[in-house]
Design a binder for this molecule. Structure first.
Ligand code: PEP
Ligand code: MG
Length: 314
């Protein structure tokens, strides 16, 4: 009996009322794919492609990229796999992108901004991904990091669609993108909120600097309001809004994020079980109430306790 239980497939993510909330994995290397599947990942919500590029003097060849993408995609037949194009900048310097020294790397030529300056690198990455996708059965989606303007979003969607990748989205990790989410979403197929950077830029607190770690807290109601704005825009336009920052790995915060309109959650595979169990304890209406409680707080700590209290009061 025990063995049968151990073998039973892990149920997909859902709320107490049956509302589906796909639980996806954040991965940085195709080698992690099998473990993610074992832990119940229903797909991949963020595949960070930097691992292929870091430390290289030259961009990896299309063939090397195709092989890595194919290995990843083959582990998720019929499943959604969201691949993020190269997210480089002065903090993750890449010689072939010309990374000059910058005084404020977090505010510099990074993500989509760097790719627009070195378009052939992006075109080759999109081509390699489309080629790998054509040889597997995964439902591939592609997204761009650090998008700040509608124009960048539209430019990226056109490049991805033109390369034969029909589903193209943007990460929302800059407050400007969250504030213009309705316009951004009109130009792309989905949004995925990167709460790590969205918190850094909303709170103006360097995510790498321990001295301001207290401000780097996604429970801050300022961050939650921005997440809610993106959720509202997604609902109005009927487009998916995922979460792929570390916030999705905190079970109580995951409930809040769903209450704010997130339609899927992506996290480190080790966090999937805890989030799956917590979501099952709340209906969509209850998740909305927990989110409202957090939104009404003045700070991160009080938002967390307000959400915990809203759960305990039921
Ligand atoms: C984020 O910023 O939340 C994110 C998921 O991207 P990264 O952590 O790779 O910057
Ligand atoms: Mg980021």
């Amino acid at each position: 009996e025990l063995a049968a239980e151990a073998m039973a497939p892990i149920a997909p993510g859902r709320l107490a009322d049956g509302t589906s909330v796909p639980l996806l994995a954040n991965l940085g290397d195709p080698a992690g794919a099998e473990e993610a599947v074992r832990l119940g990942a229903e797909g991949v919500g963020l595949f960070r492609t930097e691992f292929l590029f870091l430390g290289s003097e030259t961009a990896p060849t299309g063939a090397v990229q195709e092989e890595a993408y194919e290995r990843l995609l083959a582990a998720f037949p019929e499943r959604k796999v969201v691949v993020r194009v190269l997210d480089a900048g002065a903090d993750k310097p890449l010689a072939f992108l010309g990374g000059k020294h910058e005084e404020n790397p977090a505010l510099g030529l990074r993500g989509i901004r760097a790719l627009r300056r070195t378009e052939p690198v992006l075109r080759e990455q999109l081509r390699a991904l489309a080629a790998a996708a054509s040889r597997t059965y995964a439902r591939v989606e592609v997204m761009a990091p650090m998008v700040a303007t509608v124009e960048e979003a539209a430019w990226f969607a056109e490049a991805a669609h033109g390369a034969g990748l029909p589903v193209a989205g943007v990460m929302v990790e800059v407050p400007a993108a969250a504030l213009l989410a309705d316009r951004l979403l009109a130009a792309v197929d989905f949004a995925s909120i990167g709460t790590n950077d969205l918190t850094q830029y909303t709170m103006a607190a360097d995510r790498l600097l321990g001295d301001v770690a207290e401000l780097q807290d996604p429970w801050h109601p300022a961050v939650l309001r921005l997440v809610g704005a993106v959720g509202d825009a997604g609902a109005a336009l009927g487009k998916p809004v995922g979460i792929c920052g570390e916030a999705a790995a905190d079970p109580l915060l995951a409930v809040v994020l769903v209450g704010l309109g997130a339609t899927s959650l992506s996290m480190s595979p080790s966090a999937l079980a805890g989030v799956r169990a917590e979501l099952l304890r709340h209906s969509a209406v209850q998740a909305r109430a927990v989110a409202e409680a957090a939104l009404g707080a003045d700070g991160a700590a009080s938002a967390r306790s307000a959400a915990a209290e809203a759960v305990a009061l039921r």
